[in-house]
Ligand binder design. Structure first.
Ligand code: ATP
Ligand code: MG
Length: 298
C-alpha cells in the first residue's frame, strides 16, 4: 500500500491518484473512520472532508479488485522419515480486500499452520504467499518482522496480555512502535471497553480481556487481522460480544479479517468460508448474506 503524498487544506485534501488505483480512502487517525471515493487513474483529485482534526488524516490509494492475500501451493511438513507430519498438503487461496473469512476444520487439519504462514509468523516448506503485490515468502527475517509489525494484527485464544499493565497500557505498547496507530483509547472504545481502560487484566472478564487483545491488534491499523480461535475459551454469550468487536473492525475499518473456529455456527457471519481437512482446503463457500454475530444460533 503506497502512502501517497498529498496537500492538506482546511476543508479538503488534494492527492494524485496512482496508476491502477480506482478509489482513494482517507483514514481518520483521531477517530477510527474512513471516507472512500472513486477516482479516475492518474488524476489530481480533490477530496472534501470535514477536517475537524487537520493533520490527522492520511490517504490510501486502492484498487478494490485487488486481493489482500494470495497463497499458491503451500505445503508444510514437520519432522522426517516415518515421523513426518504433513500439516499442509498444497493449499492455494485468494482473499479479497476487506473480506471476513472464517476458516473451519477439525483439530489437526492445519488451520493454525496456515494462518501463521499467511501472517508471516511461520514459513512454508514449499509454495508462495503474496500480500498485495509483495511476495512474503521471498522476505528475509528482518523484512518479515517489519511486515508483521506494520500490517498484521494477531489475536489468539489466550489473550497474552501483560498482567502488570492496564488495558490502556497493554494497547499503548503496540501503538508506541506503530507507524500510523490510532490512540489506544480509540481502539478500546471500538471494542466497547471505553469505561474499563484503567483496569488490569485480572480485573476483567475473559471476554473483556479478549477485547483488549483485539484493541491491541487493531490499534496499529493493520491491513489484516488474523484471529486463531478468538472465542475458544469463552461461553457463547461472551463469544458473541467478542465476534461483534471483530466484525465492527472488519466493517468500519475495512480490515481484511480471518477467523479460525471449530464452531460451524460462526461461519454464518463470514463473507467466505474455507473448510479445511487433512492439510487441504476441501471447499470454499461464498456467503452472500452474512449475518450479524447477535443473530448466530450458537
Ligand atoms: N511444531 C510442530 N511440530 C510437529 N508437528 C506439528 C507442529 N505444529 C503443528 N504440527 C502438526 O501439524 C498438524 C496441523 O496442526 P495445526 O496446529 O495447524 O492444526 P489446527 O487445525 O490448528 O488444529 P486445532 O484445531 O487443534 O488447533 C497437526 O497434525 C499437528 O500435530
Ligand atoms: Mg489451531
Amino acid at each position: 500500500m503506497p502512502f501517497i503524498s498529498c496537500r492538506e487544506f482546511p476543508s479538503r485534501i488534494e492527492a494524485l491518484s496512482t496508476p491502477g488505483a480506482n478509489s482513494i480512502e482517507l483514514w481518520g487517525l483521531s477517530a477510527p473512520k474512513r471516507i472512500k471515493s472513486r477516482v479516475a487513474p492518474d488524476r489530481l483529485i480533490k477530496l472534501c472532508c470535514e477536517m475537524d482534526h487537520p493533520g490527522s488524516w492520511f490517504p490510501y490509494m486502492n484498487n478494490d479488485n485487488l486481493t489482500a492475500i494470495r497463497a499458491e501451493g503451500l505445503t508444510k511438513t514437520y519432522g522426517s522419515g516415518e515421523s513426518t507430519v504433513h500439516a499442509l498438503r498444497g493449499v492455494s487461496l485468494s482473499v479479497p480486500r476487506g473480506e471476513m473469512v472464517v476458516l473451519l476444520g477439525p483439530s489437526g487439519s492445519g488451520k493454525s499452520t496456515l494462518l501463521n504462514i499467511l501472517g508471516g509468523l511461520d514459513s512454508p516448506s514449499a509454495g508462495k504467499v503474496f500480500f498485495d503485490h509483495e511476495e512474503l515468502t521471498a522476505f528475509d527475517d528482518r523484512h518479515l518482522t517489519q511486515f508483521r509489525r506494520e500490517y498484521v494484527g494477531f489475536v489468539f485464544q489466550f489473550y497474552n496480555l501483560i498482567p502488570s499493565l492496564t488495558a490502556r497500557e497493554n494497547v499503548a505498547l503496540v501503538t508506541e512502535i506503530a507507524q500510523h496507530p490510532m490512540p489506544p483509547e480509540q481502539a478500546l472504545e471500538l471494542v466497547g471497553l471505553g469505561k474499563r481502560m484503567d483496569h488490569f487484566p485480572a480485573q476483567l472478564s475473559g471476554g473483556e480481556q479478549q477485547r483488549v487483545a483485539i484493541a491491541r491488534a487493531i490499534a496499529k491499523q493493520p491491513r489484516v487481522l488474523l484471529c486463531d480461535e478468538p472465542t475458544g475459551a469463552l461461553d457463547s454469550k461472551t463469544g458473541i460480544v467478542v465476534l461483534e468487536a471483530i466484525t465492527r473492525v472488519n466493517r468500519e475499518l475495512g480490515t481484511t479479517t480471518m477467523v479460525i473456529t471449530h464452531n460451524a455456527a460462526i461461519a454464518q457471519m463470514a463473507d467466505r468460508v474455507l473448510s479445511m481437512a487433512d492439510g487441504q482446503i476441501q471447499h470454499t463457500e461464498i456467503n452472500a448474506h452474512p449475518c450479524a454475530p447477535a443473530e448466530l444460533s450458537w
